[in-house]
Write a protein of this length. Structure first.
Length: 409
């Protein structure tokens, strides 16, 4: 795995560097332009923020696809000799971008990575009176609910009639997908916070709150253990959850770009399809309208989880350790850069700190993409893993990347 990662870095670092800097530049331009709109109305932040996140998503999709040719085991999984047709690179990038929006935005919100985009957007708006205090993704308002409903409806209609629409409408579908997902995730996050606060202030639960407070006061060691447990859970979420989330994100991209068209559907999928066909027509129509394409996007994640489990604890532990060292190495690199630059006036650091931050972020992103791609390829190394992918068939392909049609004879 580490050898593959080093080979990816040695052969593909210019492409990785170019993709990341391109995405970062487009993101910066979007946030700069969005600052002017934010001064007109803060609700415009809900419309601009998804574009900034999309810019980085597009960059990461390009980074993972640019190293695909250096992943030997992933290449073995491509069986073009049986009539399966691989999509063109541009089509792979476009379809992977649309398929990865929901998981990537979930990752972005769950680890609060969207906070940096929000702060940069408010900084660009030059509105210092509410700088960093109002987050456009942290407001449950009629406007946000309306945006979710309208964006989801437009996205569904574009997907429903995609065969009859011009190809450029894929760009609109991508934007509206990003819009409703990001706003919906922000609303769900705030609802959970509000519900938790509501339960904690209800009189009917007051006895439980007072009882727990009395226990903590009488037995101080319980509070220490509880705080330690909470800290461990938060650290495990960062050390284990974040790299696995990136691995799941890579699986959506790579599984969605595999050549496909003749692989049979798995038996479990056929059985579920038969049960679904026996339901009333109106139930199937309503269910399809709500979850069409959503469940398909998580099938590659489920398959990736099975592959990771089969790879064994040593390979998984090595990946988690390498990812943690790469992340920590970014902070060490930042401290080293500050030491080498030496002391300067505060005004000088206003400009230099951004350059240092961009350099560190670029190095870390390039290393992490190479590592995640190598770990995914390592999970495919065994014959059992290849058979698992083969048995999954087209179920691992994304809803946004339709199976390529075989050439006509």
């Amino acid at each position: 795995m580490l050898y593959t990662a080093l080979r990816v870095l040695a052969r593909c670092w210019p492409a990785l560097l170019l993709w990341f800097l391109l995405g970062w530049t487009i993101r910066a331009l979007i946030l700069r332009g969005g600052g002017y709109l934010l001064n007109i109305d803060e609700n415009f932040g809900l419309l601009v923020l998804p574009l900034a996140v999309l810019a980085m998503l597009a960059a990461y999709v390009g980074m993972f696809l640019s190293v695909r040719r250096e992943l030997p085991h992933l290449g073995i999984a491509d069986d073009v000799e049986r009539g399966e047709v691989a999509a063109k690179p541009v089509t792979q990038w476009r379809d992977s971008l649309l398929a990865a929006i929901l998981p990537f935005f979930l990752l972005y919100v769950a680890w609060n990575l969207v906070r940096a985009d929000t702060v940069d957007l408010y900084f660009a708006s030059l509105s210092q009176d509410n700088f960093g205090t109002n987050d456009p993704t942290e407001s449950i308002t009629p406007v946000s609910v309306t945006i979710i409903v309208v964006a989801f409806t437009i996205r569904w209609l574009l997907g429903r009639f995609s065969a009859r629409l011009p190809r450029w409408t894929t760009l609109l579908a991508t934007y509206f997908e990003a819009l409703w997902v990001l706003v919906a995730l922000g609303v769900i996050r705030d609802i959970l916070v509000v519900v938790g606060a509501w339960f904690s202030t209800r009189q009917m639960f007051g006895w439980a709150v007072d009882w727990w407070a009395g226990i903590r006061e009488a037995f101080a060691w319980i509070g220490v253990i509880g705080d330690a447990f909470g800290w461990i859970v938060s650290q495990v979420g960062t050390v284990v959850g974040l790299p696995l989330a990136w691995l799941a994100f890579a699986s959506i991209i790579y599984f969605g770009t595999m050549p496909r068209s003749v692989r049979p559907a798995p038996a479990s999928a056929r059985s579920a399809s038969e049960r679904w066909s026996r339901l009333p027509v109106w139930v199937r129509a309503a269910g399809t309208a709500v979850v069409s394409g959503v469940l398909d996007r998580w099938r590659p994640v489920a398959l990736a989880a099975r592959l990771i489990w089969r790879s064994g604890p040593i390979a998984l532990g090595a990946f988690l350790l390498a990812f943690a060292l790469t992340t920590a190495g970014g902070e060490w690199l930042r401290m080293l850069a500050y030491r080498l630059l030496g002391p300067h006036e505060t005004n000088w650091w206003y400009g230099a700190s951004d350059v240092v931050g961009l350099g560190v972020a670029t190095v870390v992103a390039v290393l992490q993409v190479a590592l995640v791609a190598a770990a995914f390829d390592h999970a495919l190394r065994s014959d059992a893993a290849q058979e698992l992918v083969e048995d999954a068939g087209d179920a691992v392909s994304s809803a946004a990347a339709p199976a390529a049609a075989p050439p006509r004879s």
